[in-house]
Ligand binder design. Structure first.
Ligand code: NAD
Ligand code: UFG
Length: 338
C-alpha cells in the first residue's frame, strides 16, 4: 500500500515512515518543515534502505495537497501535521486553531475530491480531560480540555466523526496517543525539540548532556504513590508500529474507530528519572519544583481495544525508552542541525 503522511518528517511521523517501509509499504510525506528537518527523511532512507517521496508544502493549502494527490496514487493518509506545544497554544491560540483545524479540513476536502477516503488521525489522551478517571477507555465522553492545543484535537475528532456520518464511504481511525518518548534503536532519528523542551524525556536528555543545568520535577504532592505525576510513556517505535496496524485496519473497515495507543502502564516522574539514571549509568542534576499549571495527577490508557482490534500492543520497556532516548541525544547533541 502507498500512504500519505502529512507531518511525516516530525518526531512520530519519521518513526512511522520507518515502520511502514519495514512492513513493505510505500510512503509519501507532505511537510512544511515548520518543526522538523528534511534530514530526518534522509535518515529514514538510511535506516530502511528504501525511498521516501517527500513534498515540501503546507497542508492548509489546497493547491499543494491537490498536487500531491494528483501526482501520487494514495490508498490512505495519516494526518500528523499540526502544532503541538501546549504552553504556546495558550499564548497564541488562533495560530493553533488555524493550523490544526484548517490542515485537517483541507486534507479531508482534497482527499474526498480524489476519492481517497481512509484517514488515521493523530489525536491525544488530552481529550479525556479532567472529568474522566484513568485508566481511560475509548467509550468515555471527551472531557473539557485545559488548553487550546487539546481543544484542537477534541474539535478535529468531532469534525472527522461528523464527516463519516455524512459520507459512510469514509473510514477514520482516531488514535489517542499517550506519552511518546524514546527514539529509533539506531540513534539516527529521534525527537528534536526547538528551544527549551516542554516535555520530560527531552528535558532529561538535555540535562544529562549538560545543555540544561538542572531538571525541575514539577510537583511532589499529588495524590499518587510517590507524589509525582503518573503518565503512560510509550516507546515511539511501538507507537509507529501501532500506525501500521491502524492503516491496515482502515483499509479493511468502514466507519469511525477511536483507539488508545498506550502501554496501559503508568510511571511517575521519579520512576522515569530513576530508570534513566540506572539504565544509562549516570546521575542527573535535579530538584523538586512547584506544580506546573494544567498537569493532571495521573493519565494512562486501558490499552485492550488496540490489542482486540489491531492485534497490537506495546513491547518495549521504560528502560528501552530511556536507553534509546539517550542514545539519540548522544549521537545528535544538536538534533538534526550540524
Ligand atoms: P512534530 O512537531 O515533530 O511533527 C509534526 C510535523 O507536522 C512537523 O514535521 C511539522 O513541520 C509538520 N507541520 C505542522 N504544520 C504543518 C502544516 N500546516 N503543513 C505541513 N506540515 C506541517 O510532532 P509529533 O510529536 O511528531 O506529533 C505528531 C502529531 O501527533 C501531532 O499532530 C501532535 O499533535 C500529535 N501528538 C503528539 C504527542 C506527543 O507527545 N509528541 C502526543 C499526542 C498527540
Ligand atoms: N515534567 C517535569 N519536568 C519537566 C517536564 C515535565 O517534572 O521539565 C513532568 C510534568 O509535570 C508531568 C510529566 O513530567 O508531570 C510529563 O510531562 P510531559 O510534558 O512530558 O507530558 P504531558 O503528559 O504533560 O503532555 C503530554 C503531551 C501533550 C498532551 C498531554 C496530554 O506532550 O501533547 O500529554 O495527553 F497534550
Amino acid at each position: 500500500m502507498r500512504f500519505l503522511l502529512t507531518g511525516g518528517a516530525g518526531f512520530i511521523g519519521s518513526h512511522t515512515c520507518v515502520a511502514l517501509l519495514n512492513a513493505g509499504h510505500e510512503v509519501v510525506v507532505l511537510d512544511n518543515y515548520y518543526n522538523s528537518s528534511p534530514e530526518a527523511l534522509r535518515r529514514v532512507e538510511k535506516i530502511t534502505g528504501k525511498k521516501v517521496t517527500a513534498y515540501e508544502g503546507d497542508c492548509c493549502d489546497a493547491d499543494t495537497v491537490n498536487r500531491v494527490l494528483d501526482n501520487e496514487k494514495i490508498d490512505a493518509a495519516v494526518h500528523f501535521a499540526g502544532y503541538k506545544a501546549v504552553g504556546e497554544s495558550v499564548r497564541i491560540p488562533l495560530n493553533y486553531y488555524e493550523n490544526n483545524i484548517n490542515s485537517a479540513i483541507t486534507l479531508c476536502r482534497c482527499m474526498s475530491a480524489h476519492g481517497v477516503k481512509r484517514l488515521v488521525f493523530s489525536s491525544s489522551a488530552t481529550v479525556y480531560g479532567e472529568q474522566n478517571q484513568p485508566p481511560y477507555t475509548e467509550d468515555m465522553p471527551r472531557g473539557a480540555c485545559t488548553n487550546p492545543y487539546g481543544w484542537t484535537k477534541s474539535m478535529i475528532e468531532q469534525i472527522l466523526t461528523d464527516l463519516v456520518v455524512s459520507d459512510p464511504q469514509w473510514t477514520v481511525v482516531l488514535l489517542r496517543y499517550f506519552n511518546p518518548v524514546g527514539a529509533h534503536e539506531s540513534g539516527l532519528i529521534g525527537e528534536d525539540p526547538s528551544g527549551i523542551p516542554n516535555n520530560l524525556m527531552p528535558f532529561i536528555c538535555q540535562t544529562a548532556a549538560g545543555v540544561r543545568e538542572k531538571l525541575s520535577m514539577f510537583g511532589n504532592d499529588y495524590p499518587t504513590p510517590d507524589g509525582t505525576c503518573v503518565r503512560d510513556y510509550i516507546h515511539v517505535m511501538d507507537l509507529a508500529e501501532g500506525h501500521v496496524k491502524a492503516l491496515e485496519y482502515a483499509m479493511q473497515h468502514q466507519g469511525t474507530e477511536i483507539i488508545n495507543l498506550g502501554t496501559g502502564e503508568g510511571y511517575s516522574v521519579y520512576q522515569v528519572v530513576r530508570a534513566f539514571e540506572q539504565v544509562n549509568h549516570l546521575t542527573l542534576r535535579k530538584q523538586d519544583a512547584p506544580r506546573r499549571a494544567g498537569d493532571l495527577p495521573e493519565s494512562y490508557a486501558n490499552a485492550s481495544k488496540a490489542e482486540r482490534l489491531l492485534g497490537w500492543h506495546a513491547t518495549r520497556s521504560l528502560e528501552d525508552m530511556c536507553r534509546d532516548a539517550w542514545h539519540w541525544q548522544q549521537l545528535n547533541p544538536h538534533g538534526y542541525r550540524e
